[in-house]
Design a protein around this ligand. Structure first.
Ligand SMILES: [Zn+2]
Length: 201
């Protein structure tokens, strides 16, 4: 269906928080709170960044960032994730991130607005029907927005002036092409997510 190489590539482009990253960057030192930043990139290009703060007293990781996709306006998201520690057999502690499904995991992915574990985003857990309805919901939202935008055109009384499109109409046409280009992005994003989950299986 899809090559391993491709799966790996798409997986890396998903934003994620890895407990190993927090450990290596010195965020998990006992009784020491620390704030900093996490920067995600794909193929050497930055794809996003978030402010992070590890509260040693409450054992939480606060992550705040701007979530953006082609159809939703930029949304500011701030959420607290519990950090769990369990004793190791040979001494020391092992750390986990607690997903909202109660699972203790090493990595949380941002497949949507929220950071969740791969089980939560695993579409094999969803029925085929649920998956398709999700896909159509995303597309439906996009189409509704596009329809509203197209209505604007019908309200424009003057589209041409001396044989040339007016400034307003030109701007509208430009925006229209953006809409037409971004529709496949919604589908691509959904496909990317599935590929990533395939890769982590
Ligand atoms: Zn989960």
């Amino acid at each position: 269906m899809i090559s391993r190489y491709m799966s790996k590539y798409t997986c890396e482009s998903l934003k994620r928080i890895d407990i190993k990253f927090l450990k290596n960057e010195g965020y998990l030192i006992k009784n020491t709170s620390k704030s900093g930043m996490i920067v995600w990139s794909s193929c050497g290009e930055e794809t996003g960044r978030a402010d992070i703060y590890v509260d040693a007293l409450n054992h939480t990781l606060n992550i705040s960032y701007y979530y953006r996709d082609p159809w939703i306006e930029r949304t500011y998201v701030s959420s607290d994730i519990l950090i769990i520690s369990t004793p190791c057999h040979f001494g020391g502690q092992r750390y986990w991130l607690k997903c909202e499904c109660e699972r203790h995991v090493e990595i949380l992915y941002a497949g949507g607005v929220k950071f969740k574990c791969r089980h939560c985003y695993d579409l094999t857990y969803y029925s085929q029907q649920e998956y398709t309805s999700k896909m159509f919901a995303a597309l439906g939202k996009a189409w509704k927005k596009e329809e509203k935008f197209k209505e604007e055109c019908s309200k424009m009384r003057v589209k041409f002036w001396k044989g040339k499109p007016t400034k307003r109409y030109r701007r509208w046409l430009e925006k229209l092409s953006q809409y037409e280009e971004s529709e496949p992005i919604v589908l691509q994003q959904l496909e990317k997510l599935i590929r990533c989950l395939d890769a982590t299986e």
